[in-house]
Design a protein around this ligand. Structure first.
Ligand code: HEM
Length: 391
């Protein structure tokens, strides 16, 4: 069994990060990834008060697509599209083919598929409802650190598809984008990945800089619902999302000695613990000094990003991307930084402003894309996503 898994690309990685090598069958059993078939047939409920794919534990693969509405497409047509999308997403996430599914067999293994829809600022103009723009949902300003490209920015509609399997994700994206053709054109599409679904649940994934990324996210016992879900008007039960494509200068980063890399974040590379000691989830001591000064430097990412007044907490659900090399031969890789918060203005913007003003990480990272979306609440069977705004 072990050898079959290994052939299929699984490597069992334990909580401590130890790789179960050949011969350590016991370790592989203890930290075993789910059997292959369980990954393929796993489903995540589509219906409910919130859309799936936000507080759902992150699957291994994500595809984000931003669409522009075609000229003249208004509330009635958008309503038709969202009814179709809801129906197709409900089927695909349950492992059933979509309405006009070009490859129904690909729907049989949803692999934890979730589909999440969002509305960009332009949609409110298209439906003639500028009054319905949620409070605090403002187009993201451009920060001095940004080098934004239109090809990775903005959009009237978001389709976010996550799954533990690339085929399941690609199939869902294709079905949904084909369905949207009469109404909208694809402005951008970006794919990201996390360490394979086989890593133990509850462990923090690493990003391409080698850091454990996601440690200090809010949890269910620690205000997650209040951080994420809006209580306002038609958006109640929904949230706001920003997707920033942040390129990493990995060649330069690789030249930085590990102790300096750790100071840039304020956490250890080995286990993600704060530089002031303890284990990954222990609190950092931001006032501790040694003979060099602050142990977690003034410009360390976690010092700048941590909540400053209790309100500015966000849920990060980022994915790494690697699109090979650009025309200059430099790695085109980084982080698809996705963040969800009830209020974009009150929660996300203060954090991003602080980081744009001072953050050691800025030396090696460049935001090249940015798009914001209101993520409507979920729906029950018979309902459709967007109904609270469009009906
Ligand atoms: C924490 C990496 C961009 C907000 C962290 C941590 C890492 C990290 C390694 C520490 C572990 C953790 O708590 O997850 C990165 C990288 C980025 C990036 C590589 C860009 C490529 C951003 C951006 C924001 C942000 C754009 C928000 C505007 C946060 C927050 C924390 C955090 C709120 C938790 C701070 C705390 O309470 O301790 N990030 N990050 N990060 N990051 Fe980032």
């Amino acid at each position: 069994r072990l050898s079959r898994r290994r052939l299929l690309g699984y490597t069992a990685v334990g909580v401590g990060g130890a790789v179960a090598g050949a011969g350590s069958a016991l370790a592989a059993t203890q930290d075993a990834p789910p059997p292959v078939d369980a990954v393929g047939t796993r489903t995540v409920a589509f219906h409910g008060p919130h859309q799936a794919g936000v507080t759902t534990p992150a699957q291994a693969r994500a595809v984000f697509a931003g669409l522009d509405l075609r000229d003249g497409v208004g509330a009635e047509a958008i309503g038709r599209l969202l009814r179709l999308w809801t129906q197709d997403a409900a089927a695909l996430t349950a492992g059933r083919p979509a309405t006009a599914d070009p490859a129904p067999t690909l729907a049989e293994r949803p692999a934890g598929l979730t589909v999440t829809f969002g509305f960009g600022p332009g949609l409110f103009d298209a439906i003639g409802r500028p009054d319905a723009v949620p409070a605090g949902f403002v187009p993201a300003p451009t920060f001095p650190i940004d080098r934004l490209l239109p090809r990775w920015s903005d959009g009237d509609l978001l389709v976010q598809v996550c799954a533990d399997d690339s085929i399941a994700a690609a199939h869902a994206v294709r079905v949904l984008l084909v369905g949207a053709r009469p109404f909208a054109t694809v402005r951008w599409q970006q794919s990201g990945f996390l360490p394979h679904a086989g890593v133990a649940p509850g462990t923090t994934p690493r990003n391409l800089m080698g850091q454990l990324d996601g440690t200090a996210n809010p949890t269910e016992n620690d205000g997650l619902d209040d951080v994420v879900w809006s209580r306002e008007g038609w958006l109640a039960g929904g949230t706001t999302m920003i997707l920033r494509r942040i390129r990493m200068d990995l060649d330069e980063w690789d030249r930085v000695p590990p102790p300096e890399q750790e100071q840039a974040i304020g956490r250890r590379l080995s286990d993600g613990a704060p530089l002031t000691g303890g284990r990954e989830h222990d609190p950092a001591d931001f006032s501790r000094r040694d003979h060099h000064g602050l142990v977690i430097p003034a410009d360390a990412h976690i010092r700048r990003a941590r909540p400053h007044h209790g309100q500015d907490r966000i849920l990060r659900r980022g994915y790494s991307y690697d699109d090979g090399v650009d025309t200059d031969g430099n790695p085109d890789a980084g982080l698809l930084f996705a963040s969800y918060q009830a209020s974009f203005h009150r929660q996300f913007l203060p954090v991003q402003r602080r980081l744009a003003a001072l953050d050691a990480l800025n030396t090696w990272t460049t935001p090249v894309g940015s798009a914001v979306f209101a993520i409507p609440p979920g729906c029950e069977p018979g309902g459709w996503i967007g109904q609270t705004l469009l009906e």
